[in-house]
Design a protein around this ligand. Sequence first.
Ligand SMILES: Nc1ncnc2c1ncn2[C@@H]1O[C@H](COP(=O)(O)OP(=O)(O)OP(=O)(O)O)[C@@H](O)[C@H]1O
Ligand SMILES: [Mg+2]
Length: 145
Amino acid sequence: MSKGGAAVGDVLLTVNDLKTYFYTASGVSKAVDGVNFRINRGEIMGIVGESGSGKSVASSSIIRLLPARTGKIVSGSIDFDGTDVLKLGDKDLLAFRGREVSMIFQNPMTSLSPVFKVGHQMVEMICAHHKVSRQEAYRMGEEAL
Ligand SMILES: Nc1ncnc2c1ncn2[C@@H]1O[C@H](COP(=O)(O)OP(=O)(O)OP(=O)(O)O)[C@@H](O)[C@H]1O
Ligand SMILES: [Mg+2]
């Protein structure tokens, strides 16, 4: 959602020197080690890299969805539309995820239910975060696709 006065082309997301490490029994895995990028409002960006290069971990870091015990953002900053994502408390984080930023996970068979149409699942999510009618939610879902 855009804040007052925001326009296409304004900076929306700034990821600066992001480092996300995993602390496991077999040692420290530096999954993301100093990533920088910026996305403007209305811009579409793709990240390309070999398997295991950290694309998913970098994306999960932006919504702060990492394994609680082992995964840690050890340094860097994430600014989304003026919000310091790394400073969000639990309650604000819940509102942030799904409303401001959504993630479609890599394995659609586990992240989407095969028994409901995609439209239905998008409408559910939109209605959970916005005060809109189902019809309007459907329109928003269609626009997002
Ligand atoms: N929960 C975890 N615990 C420990 N290491 C992890 C965990 N999740 C990811 N990693 C490690 O982080 C690194 C980056 O993984 P990531 O899943 O981000 O790669 P990717 O670029 O998304 O790969 P793919 O193209 O296969 O989806 C890998 O070395 C992976 O083994
Ligand atoms: Mg991945």
